[in-house]
Design a protein around this ligand. Structure first.
Ligand code: UT7
Length: 325
Protein backbone atom coordinates (compact mmCIF):
# COMPACT_ATOMS: atom_id res chain seq x y z
CA UNK A 1 0.00 0.00 0.00
CA UNK A 2 1.35 3.45 -0.88
CA UNK A 3 1.33 6.14 1.81
CA UNK A 4 2.78 9.62 2.00
CA UNK A 5 5.64 10.01 4.46
CA UNK A 6 7.23 13.30 5.59
CA UNK A 7 10.92 12.83 4.91
CA UNK A 8 13.64 15.10 6.34
CA UNK A 9 15.69 16.53 3.47
CA UNK A 10 18.00 18.67 5.59
CA UNK A 11 18.48 20.67 8.77
CA UNK A 12 20.16 23.87 9.87
CA UNK A 13 20.56 26.15 12.84
CA UNK A 14 21.71 29.54 14.04
CA UNK A 15 23.02 30.72 17.40
CA UNK A 16 23.61 34.39 18.26
CA UNK A 17 27.29 35.35 18.50
CA UNK A 18 27.27 36.48 22.13
CA UNK A 19 28.06 33.69 24.60
CA UNK A 20 27.07 34.21 28.25
CA UNK A 21 29.05 32.03 30.67
CA UNK A 22 28.09 30.81 34.13
CA UNK A 23 30.95 32.90 35.56
CA UNK A 24 29.41 36.07 34.10
CA UNK A 25 26.02 35.18 35.62
CA UNK A 26 27.68 34.54 38.99
CA UNK A 27 28.88 38.15 38.91
CA UNK A 28 25.27 39.36 38.58
CA UNK A 29 23.14 37.05 40.79
CA UNK A 30 23.85 34.78 43.80
CA UNK A 31 24.84 31.67 41.89
CA UNK A 32 28.00 29.78 40.92
CA UNK A 33 29.36 27.85 37.97
CA UNK A 34 29.47 24.79 40.26
CA UNK A 35 25.75 25.02 41.20
CA UNK A 36 24.60 25.55 37.61
CA UNK A 37 26.74 22.71 36.20
CA UNK A 38 25.82 20.28 38.99
CA UNK A 39 22.06 20.98 38.91
CA UNK A 40 21.55 21.47 35.16
CA UNK A 41 24.67 20.57 33.13
CA UNK A 42 24.66 24.07 31.59
CA UNK A 43 28.03 25.83 31.11
CA UNK A 44 27.11 28.61 28.70
CA UNK A 45 24.28 29.90 26.51
CA UNK A 46 23.92 32.28 23.53
CA UNK A 47 22.14 35.62 23.85
CA UNK A 48 20.63 37.59 20.94
CA UNK A 49 22.11 41.03 20.29
CA UNK A 50 20.08 44.21 20.68
CA UNK A 51 17.90 44.47 17.59
CA UNK A 52 18.31 40.77 16.80
CA UNK A 53 14.81 39.25 16.85
CA UNK A 54 13.43 35.72 16.84
CA UNK A 55 12.66 36.10 13.11
CA UNK A 56 16.31 36.98 12.38
CA UNK A 57 17.49 33.77 14.07
CA UNK A 58 14.75 31.77 12.34
CA UNK A 59 15.60 33.14 8.88
CA UNK A 60 19.27 32.16 9.29
CA UNK A 61 18.33 28.67 10.49
CA UNK A 62 15.83 28.28 7.62
CA UNK A 63 18.43 29.33 5.02
CA UNK A 64 20.94 26.85 6.50
CA UNK A 65 18.35 24.05 6.38
CA UNK A 66 17.43 24.85 2.74
CA UNK A 67 21.12 24.84 1.77
CA UNK A 68 21.71 21.55 3.60
CA UNK A 69 18.67 20.02 1.88
CA UNK A 70 19.81 21.37 -1.49
CA UNK A 71 16.35 22.72 -2.32
CA UNK A 72 15.12 26.11 -3.45
CA UNK A 73 13.04 28.27 -1.09
CA UNK A 74 10.37 28.49 -3.83
CA UNK A 75 9.66 24.77 -3.40
CA UNK A 76 8.44 25.42 0.18
CA UNK A 77 4.65 25.76 0.49
CA UNK A 78 4.30 25.51 4.29
CA UNK A 79 6.18 27.15 7.17
CA UNK A 80 5.36 26.16 10.74
CA UNK A 81 7.35 28.12 13.30
CA UNK A 82 7.28 27.12 16.95
CA UNK A 83 7.99 29.97 19.34
CA UNK A 84 6.86 31.50 22.62
CA UNK A 85 8.91 34.63 21.96
CA UNK A 86 7.53 36.04 18.67
CA UNK A 87 8.82 39.37 17.31
CA UNK A 88 5.37 40.88 17.85
CA UNK A 89 2.02 39.76 19.23
CA UNK A 90 1.01 39.54 15.56
CA UNK A 91 1.56 38.93 12.70
CA UNK A 92 3.15 35.52 13.09
CA UNK A 93 6.95 35.45 13.04
CA UNK A 94 6.56 32.76 10.36
CA UNK A 95 5.35 35.33 7.81
CA UNK A 96 8.53 37.38 8.37
CA UNK A 97 10.52 34.24 7.56
CA UNK A 98 8.32 33.58 4.52
CA UNK A 99 8.79 37.17 3.32
CA UNK A 100 12.57 37.14 3.85
CA UNK A 101 12.75 33.97 1.75
CA UNK A 102 10.68 35.66 -1.00
CA UNK A 103 7.98 33.00 -0.73
CA UNK A 104 4.57 34.40 -1.62
CA UNK A 105 2.54 31.22 -1.94
CA UNK A 106 1.36 28.54 0.46
CA UNK A 107 0.92 29.18 4.19
CA UNK A 108 3.03 30.25 7.16
CA UNK A 109 1.97 30.30 10.79
CA UNK A 110 3.34 30.26 14.34
CA UNK A 111 2.58 27.58 16.86
CA UNK A 112 2.93 27.95 20.62
CA UNK A 113 3.49 24.94 22.87
CA UNK A 114 6.46 26.39 24.79
CA UNK A 115 9.32 23.86 25.09
CA UNK A 116 7.24 21.18 23.30
CA UNK A 117 6.71 23.57 20.39
CA UNK A 118 8.99 21.80 17.92
CA UNK A 119 7.29 18.42 18.48
CA UNK A 120 3.87 20.07 18.00
CA UNK A 121 5.13 21.86 14.86
CA UNK A 122 6.59 18.64 13.45
CA UNK A 123 3.33 16.79 14.13
CA UNK A 124 1.30 19.57 12.47
CA UNK A 125 3.51 19.76 9.37
CA UNK A 126 3.60 15.96 9.12
CA UNK A 127 -0.21 15.79 9.17
CA UNK A 128 -0.55 18.54 6.54
CA UNK A 129 1.96 16.76 4.28
CA UNK A 130 0.43 13.32 4.73
CA UNK A 131 -3.06 14.70 4.00
CA UNK A 132 -1.80 16.07 0.67
CA UNK A 133 -2.59 19.71 1.60
CA UNK A 134 1.06 20.80 1.20
CA UNK A 135 4.13 19.29 -0.45
CA UNK A 136 7.21 20.65 1.29
CA UNK A 137 7.53 22.31 4.71
CA UNK A 138 10.01 24.27 6.75
CA UNK A 139 9.57 23.35 10.41
CA UNK A 140 11.32 25.83 12.66
CA UNK A 141 11.91 26.28 16.38
CA UNK A 142 13.17 29.78 17.22
CA UNK A 143 13.38 31.63 20.52
CA UNK A 144 14.76 34.70 22.25
CA UNK A 145 13.96 33.67 25.83
CA UNK A 146 16.55 36.20 27.06
CA UNK A 147 13.83 38.83 26.41
CA UNK A 148 11.33 37.30 28.87
CA UNK A 149 13.72 36.40 31.69
CA UNK A 150 13.78 38.15 35.05
CA UNK A 151 17.53 38.71 35.25
CA UNK A 152 17.28 39.11 39.03
CA UNK A 153 15.73 35.64 39.52
CA UNK A 154 18.59 33.18 39.87
CA UNK A 155 16.13 30.27 39.76
CA UNK A 156 15.34 30.92 36.09
CA UNK A 157 17.81 33.35 34.50
CA UNK A 158 20.66 30.81 34.52
CA UNK A 159 18.65 28.20 32.62
CA UNK A 160 17.69 29.65 29.24
CA UNK A 161 19.35 30.76 26.01
CA UNK A 162 18.50 32.00 22.51
CA UNK A 163 18.77 30.19 19.18
CA UNK A 164 16.95 28.64 16.22
CA UNK A 165 16.88 25.38 14.32
CA UNK A 166 14.98 24.23 11.24
CA UNK A 167 14.32 21.16 9.13
CA UNK A 168 12.96 20.73 5.61
CA UNK A 169 10.21 18.09 5.40
CA UNK A 170 9.20 16.65 2.03
CA UNK A 171 6.01 14.68 1.22
CA UNK A 172 7.13 11.44 -0.45
CA UNK A 173 5.06 8.42 -1.48
CA UNK A 174 6.30 5.29 0.32
CA UNK A 175 5.00 1.83 1.11
CA UNK A 176 4.45 2.81 4.76
CA UNK A 177 6.59 0.20 6.48
CA UNK A 178 8.99 1.08 9.31
CA UNK A 179 12.37 0.67 7.53
CA UNK A 180 11.58 3.48 5.08
CA UNK A 181 12.56 7.07 5.82
CA UNK A 182 10.33 9.76 7.31
CA UNK A 183 8.27 10.68 10.35
CA UNK A 184 6.96 7.37 11.76
CA UNK A 185 4.82 8.71 14.58
CA UNK A 186 4.10 11.73 16.77
CA UNK A 187 2.36 11.69 20.16
CA UNK A 188 1.17 14.99 21.67
CA UNK A 189 -0.12 15.59 25.21
CA UNK A 190 -1.14 18.54 27.40
CA UNK A 191 -2.66 19.06 30.84
CA UNK A 192 -3.65 22.61 31.78
CA UNK A 193 -3.97 21.77 35.48
CA UNK A 194 -0.22 22.46 35.63
CA UNK A 195 -0.31 25.83 33.84
CA UNK A 196 0.75 27.88 36.89
CA UNK A 197 3.96 25.87 37.42
CA UNK A 198 5.66 27.39 34.38
CA UNK A 199 4.22 30.52 32.79
CA UNK A 200 4.86 34.12 31.77
CA UNK A 201 3.23 36.73 34.03
CA UNK A 202 2.10 39.00 31.22
CA UNK A 203 0.43 39.08 27.82
CA UNK A 204 -1.66 41.24 25.48
CA UNK A 205 -5.04 40.26 26.91
CA UNK A 206 -4.14 40.05 30.60
CA UNK A 207 -1.61 42.76 31.43
CA UNK A 208 -0.81 44.45 28.10
CA UNK A 209 2.85 43.72 28.90
CA UNK A 210 5.25 41.05 27.68
CA UNK A 211 5.87 39.70 31.20
CA UNK A 212 8.57 37.51 32.70
CA UNK A 213 9.00 33.76 32.89
CA UNK A 214 8.04 32.26 36.26
CA UNK A 215 8.73 28.65 37.19
CA UNK A 216 8.40 26.33 40.14
CA UNK A 217 11.48 24.42 39.00
CA UNK A 218 11.25 21.59 41.51
CA UNK A 219 7.57 20.97 40.61
CA UNK A 220 8.35 20.87 36.88
CA UNK A 221 11.27 18.55 37.53
CA UNK A 222 9.05 16.22 39.60
CA UNK A 223 6.66 15.63 36.66
CA UNK A 224 9.17 15.75 33.79
CA UNK A 225 10.70 12.27 33.76
CA UNK A 226 7.36 10.44 34.18
CA UNK A 227 5.61 12.44 31.44
CA UNK A 228 8.54 12.12 29.04
CA UNK A 229 8.95 8.38 29.51
CA UNK A 230 5.18 7.70 29.23
CA UNK A 231 4.90 9.42 25.86
CA UNK A 232 8.04 7.68 24.60
CA UNK A 233 6.64 4.29 25.63
CA UNK A 234 3.55 5.23 23.57
CA UNK A 235 5.87 5.82 20.57
CA UNK A 236 7.66 2.49 21.12
CA UNK A 237 4.34 0.61 21.33
CA UNK A 238 2.86 2.33 18.25
CA UNK A 239 5.90 1.32 16.18
CA UNK A 240 6.54 -2.10 17.72
CA UNK A 241 10.10 -1.21 18.72
CA UNK A 242 12.24 -1.07 21.87
CA UNK A 243 14.97 1.27 23.10
CA UNK A 244 17.56 -1.04 21.49
CA UNK A 245 16.23 -0.13 18.03
CA UNK A 246 16.91 3.60 18.53
CA UNK A 247 20.09 5.02 16.96
CA UNK A 248 19.81 8.52 18.49
CA UNK A 249 17.86 10.03 21.35
CA UNK A 250 17.54 13.80 20.76
CA UNK A 251 15.57 15.12 23.73
CA UNK A 252 14.53 18.66 24.58
CA UNK A 253 17.51 20.18 26.37
CA UNK A 254 16.25 21.62 29.68
CA UNK A 255 18.38 19.87 32.24
CA UNK A 256 21.03 17.13 31.92
CA UNK A 257 19.66 15.42 35.02
CA UNK A 258 16.18 15.09 33.42
CA UNK A 259 17.72 13.77 30.19
CA UNK A 260 19.95 11.26 32.02
CA UNK A 261 17.10 10.05 34.23
CA UNK A 262 14.74 9.62 31.24
CA UNK A 263 17.36 7.72 29.20
CA UNK A 264 18.16 5.52 32.21
CA UNK A 265 14.48 4.72 32.88
CA UNK A 266 13.94 3.82 29.21
CA UNK A 267 17.19 1.78 28.98
CA UNK A 268 18.58 4.01 26.24
CA UNK A 269 22.38 3.67 26.14
CA UNK A 270 24.18 6.92 27.16
CA UNK A 271 26.24 6.97 23.92
CA UNK A 272 22.99 7.32 21.93
CA UNK A 273 21.98 10.52 23.75
CA UNK A 274 22.70 13.82 21.96
CA UNK A 275 23.45 16.53 24.54
CA UNK A 276 23.72 20.23 23.77
CA UNK A 277 22.38 21.73 27.00
CA UNK A 278 25.96 22.37 28.21
CA UNK A 279 26.59 24.86 25.38
CA UNK A 280 23.09 26.10 24.50
CA UNK A 281 21.18 26.10 27.80
CA UNK A 282 17.43 25.62 27.44
CA UNK A 283 16.39 27.21 24.13
CA UNK A 284 12.77 26.01 24.48
CA UNK A 285 11.23 25.21 21.05
CA UNK A 286 14.63 25.61 19.37
CA UNK A 287 16.48 23.00 21.40
CA UNK A 288 15.54 19.87 19.42
CA UNK A 289 16.27 21.24 15.90
CA UNK A 290 19.49 22.77 17.27
CA UNK A 291 20.52 19.34 18.59
CA UNK A 292 19.58 17.71 15.27
CA UNK A 293 21.78 20.21 13.42
CA UNK A 294 24.71 19.57 15.78
CA UNK A 295 24.49 15.77 15.42
CA UNK A 296 24.08 16.06 11.64
CA UNK A 297 27.03 18.45 11.24
CA UNK A 298 29.40 16.32 13.36
CA UNK A 299 28.52 13.20 11.36
CA UNK A 300 26.70 11.24 14.07
CA UNK A 301 23.25 11.50 12.47
CA UNK A 302 23.13 9.62 9.15
CA UNK A 303 20.50 8.82 6.56
CA UNK A 304 18.44 5.81 7.70
CA UNK A 305 19.11 6.29 11.44
CA UNK A 306 16.15 5.83 13.79
CA UNK A 307 15.78 9.03 15.83
CA UNK A 308 13.66 9.55 18.93
CA UNK A 309 12.64 13.10 19.89
CA UNK A 310 10.83 14.23 23.04
CA UNK A 311 9.98 17.42 24.89
CA UNK A 312 8.09 18.65 27.93
CA UNK A 313 7.31 22.19 29.02
CA UNK A 314 4.86 24.91 30.03
CA UNK A 315 1.18 24.02 30.06
CA UNK A 316 2.19 21.33 30.78
CA UNK A 317 2.67 20.16 27.23
CA UNK A 318 4.72 17.14 26.25
CA UNK A 319 5.24 14.85 23.31
CA UNK A 320 7.42 12.45 21.38
CA UNK A 321 8.29 11.85 17.74
CA UNK A 322 9.96 8.94 16.05
CA UNK A 323 11.53 9.36 12.65
CA UNK A 324 13.87 7.58 10.30
CA UNK A 325 16.38 10.25 9.23
O1 UT7 B 1 12.05 23.34 29.52
C1 UT7 B 1 10.85 23.40 30.20
C2 UT7 B 1 10.84 22.53 31.37
N1 UT7 B 1 11.67 23.05 32.42
C3 UT7 B 1 12.41 22.21 33.11
O2 UT7 B 1 12.45 21.05 32.77
C4 UT7 B 1 13.11 22.70 34.34
C5 UT7 B 1 12.87 21.71 35.45
N2 UT7 B 1 13.49 22.05 36.71
C6 UT7 B 1 14.84 22.02 36.87
O3 UT7 B 1 15.59 21.80 35.93
C7 UT7 B 1 15.37 22.19 38.27
O4 UT7 B 1 14.30 22.13 39.19
C8 UT7 B 1 16.17 23.49 38.49
C9 UT7 B 1 17.48 23.42 37.75
C10 UT7 B 1 15.35 24.68 38.02
C11 UT7 B 1 16.50 23.65 39.99
O5 UT7 B 1 17.18 22.50 40.46
P1 UT7 B 1 16.68 21.79 41.82
O6 UT7 B 1 17.64 20.73 42.10
O7 UT7 B 1 15.23 21.39 41.58
O8 UT7 B 1 16.82 22.94 42.86
P2 UT7 B 1 15.69 23.61 43.76
O9 UT7 B 1 14.78 24.44 42.95
O10 UT7 B 1 15.09 22.54 44.62
O11 UT7 B 1 16.59 24.57 44.65
C12 UT7 B 1 17.59 24.06 45.52
C13 UT7 B 1 18.29 25.22 46.18
C14 UT7 B 1 17.32 26.27 46.74
O12 UT7 B 1 17.88 26.75 47.94
P3 UT7 B 1 17.34 26.19 49.37
O13 UT7 B 1 15.88 26.52 49.38
O14 UT7 B 1 17.61 24.73 49.35
O15 UT7 B 1 18.17 26.97 50.34
C15 UT7 B 1 17.33 27.35 45.71
O16 UT7 B 1 17.03 28.61 46.26
O17 UT7 B 1 19.07 25.92 45.20
C16 UT7 B 1 18.75 27.31 45.25
N3 UT7 B 1 18.94 27.85 43.90
C17 UT7 B 1 20.13 28.28 43.45
N4 UT7 B 1 21.34 28.33 44.04
C18 UT7 B 1 22.37 28.82 43.30
C19 UT7 B 1 18.02 28.00 42.91
N5 UT7 B 1 18.60 28.53 41.81
C20 UT7 B 1 19.92 28.72 42.14
C21 UT7 B 1 21.02 29.20 41.42
N6 UT7 B 1 22.23 29.24 42.04
N7 UT7 B 1 20.93 29.63 40.14
Amino acid sequence: MTAIRSVVLGCGSYLPERILTNAELAAKVATSDEWIVQRTGIRERHIAAQGEFTSHLAIKAARAALAHAGVDAQSIDLIVLATSTPDNTFPATAVSVQNALDIHHGAAFDLQAVCTGFIYALASADNFLRSGAFKRALVIGAETFSRILDWNDRGTCVLFGDGAGAIVLDAQPQSGTTPERGVLSTHLRSDGRHKSKLYVDGGPSSSQTVGHLRMEGREVFKHAVGMITDVIVDAFKANGITADDIDWFEPHQANKRIIDASAHKLHIAPQKVVLTVDRHGNTSAASIPLALAVASADGRLKKGDLVLLEAMGGGFTWGSALLRW
